[in-house]
Design a protein around this ligand. Sequence first.
Ligand SMILES: NC(=O)c1ccc[n+]([C@@H]2O[C@H](COP(=O)([O-])OP(=O)(O)OC[C@H]3O[C@@H](n4cnc5c(N)ncnc54)[C@H](OP(=O)(O)O)[C@@H]3O)[C@@H](O)[C@H]2O)c1
Length: 265
Amino acid sequence: MATFDRIALVTGASSGIGAACATALLADGWTVVFAARNRQALEQTVAEAIGTADGASGAPAAKTLRDRAVAMTVDVCDRASIDALFAGIAGRFGRLDLLFNNAGVFPPSKPVDEVTPEDWDAAVRTNLSGMFFVMQQAFRMMKAQRPQGGRIINNGSLAAHAPRPESVAYTATKHGVLGLTRAASLDGRSCGIAVGQIDIGNAATAMTAHVEQGALQGDGSMRPEVRMDLRHVASAVVTMARLPNEVSIQSLTVLPTTMPFIGRG
Ligand SMILES: NC(=O)c1ccc[n+]([C@@H]2O[C@H](COP(=O)([O-])OP(=O)(O)OC[C@H]3O[C@@H](n4cnc5c(N)ncnc54)[C@H](OP(=O)(O)O)[C@@H]3O)[C@@H](O)[C@H]2O)c1
């Protein structure tokens, strides 16, 4: 079994926020498991992350980076697949110090009466049940390992606090993530597991590609919204991750300063 200093798992690491945060953690000295469904996209992301981290000042040499960046497939909607991911982490590294619980979907925007059972199920299975079962496995591993403990950062959303119009499934699941974070952070106290949440507004990923053209507002108007570069999200996650486990950022909101959130609706 390989021994590396600090082991991080990032779900949804094949694109967007997960890819940016996994890359930043790698450059910050973590051994990182990049996890998602699409193996080809994961392997491409790992190769790019090694290139990026290699160019960062003070980062270890590319050869060392190649040992510290690992792609593992997982479908967070499938519990057997989650079990296999954690068996892979246990077998290869023997412990887990950080989970960035990030994989998520945004179902098509529809008013409540038009949401299909398929859209609802996809949101609940990925954003809520998927996030819970991944967190549960991380919790079990962190509780059993010696030294005991670790950190879990759940990726909520501004929608964990205030909805966008026509987003009932996404909003309900992200409100659920807030409940997961709060309950788990209470249970984590007794075993050295720090559980916090990051709530992100309009980061530049495929999920928000449309908002610069126009996003539906609470008053029914369409207005273009700004987006922020992913490096700001990555730097916020690295800041949370760097803390010793006895210290927590319980909740961190990062958003473009002029985005309609405070005063939404
Ligand atoms: N972008 C924003 O402004 C924003 C704001 C607030 C919150 N968020 C949250 O940030 C997270 C990432 O979103 P993003 O904007 O980076 O979107 P994205 O680029 O679409 O990334 C979503 C990631 O989740 C993975 N994923 C989806 N379903 C999965 C499943 N069943 N099993 C495993 N992985 C799965 C995808 O990979 P595969 O398809 O390869 O599985 C992909 O890597 C989501 O939880 C989202 O709600 C984003």
